[in-house]
Design a protein around this ligand. Structure first.
Ligand SMILES: CC(C)(COP(=O)(O)OP(=O)(O)OC[C@H]1O[C@@H](n2cnc3c(N)ncnc32)[C@H](O)[C@@H]1OP(=O)(O)O)[C@@H](O)C(=O)NCCC(=O)NCCS
Length: 169
């Protein structure tokens, strides 16, 4: 793992892969078979579960857990304490539960403390406002907010609003 910074308090499994230029900060855990791309920042207290795939130049802020079944593409921002789920109907005694995959597409941003209910896709360059609960797919280039998250505006690559949305999600 050349050119990778791993803080001494972090634990990165030897079967994980971490791309060049990536920084892994205090108390981070990266599980087996996880793949993290180049030039990422994985901030304090982040948990990256088994088999998770994270693209290049992704920034994940403090306290985020990324569970098995979540794929995060290139250039995604994940705000502090955002929560990804992977079991739609959790029961401690269901031994045959299935992972519902979540896809977070290129260039999108997830606001602080947002919850992404599993089985949904956050579209390219979409933005999920702080504290939102995402229960449906988020269209590309769209700002969503609230619980449940509804479409608020069309946005450009930089996140600027470029149009209104009257109805829908
Ligand atoms: C969604 C966001 C981008 C909107 O910013 P904005 O365009 O400047 O919006 P405004 O502050 O003008 O608010 C517009 C309306 O949306 C509402 N709104 C703003 N943020 C909201 C949120 N997170 N959830 C629900 N509604 C929100 C406002 O209350 C306001 O509603 P009103 O017109 O009824 O008063 C911003 O509020 C946000 O959540 N950014 C993410 C911050 C974050 O998590 N950063 C992570 C790194 S620290």
């Amino acid at each position: 793992m050349n050119d990778v910074f791993i803080h001494p308090s972090a634990h990165v499994d030897s079967r994980a892969s971490v791309g060049a230029g990536t920084k892994i900060w205090i108390n981070v855990q990266v599980r087996e078979e996880a793949v993290i791309g180049v030039d990422c920042v994985i901030s304090k207290d982040v948990y990256i579960d088994t088999g998770v795939t994270i693209g290049d130049r992704v920034k994940i802020q403090n306290g985020v857990s990324v569970y098995n079944g979540v794929v995060i593409e290139d250039d995604v921002f994940v705000g502090p304490h955002a929560c990804f789920t992977n079991d739609r109907v959790p029961r401690v005694f269901n031994v045959d539960w299935k992972i519902a995959p979540t896809l977070v597409k290129k260039g999108s941003s997830i606001g602080a403390s947002a919850t992404i209910v599993c089985g949904n896709t956050v579209g390219e360059y979409a933005m999920v406002a702080a504290g939102s609960v995402v229960t449906h797919d988020v269209p590309p280039f769209t700002l969503v907010a609230g619980n449940p998250a509804r479409s608020m505006a069309r946005i450009d690559e930089a996140g600027n609003k470029v149009g209104e949305i009257d109805h829908g999600r």
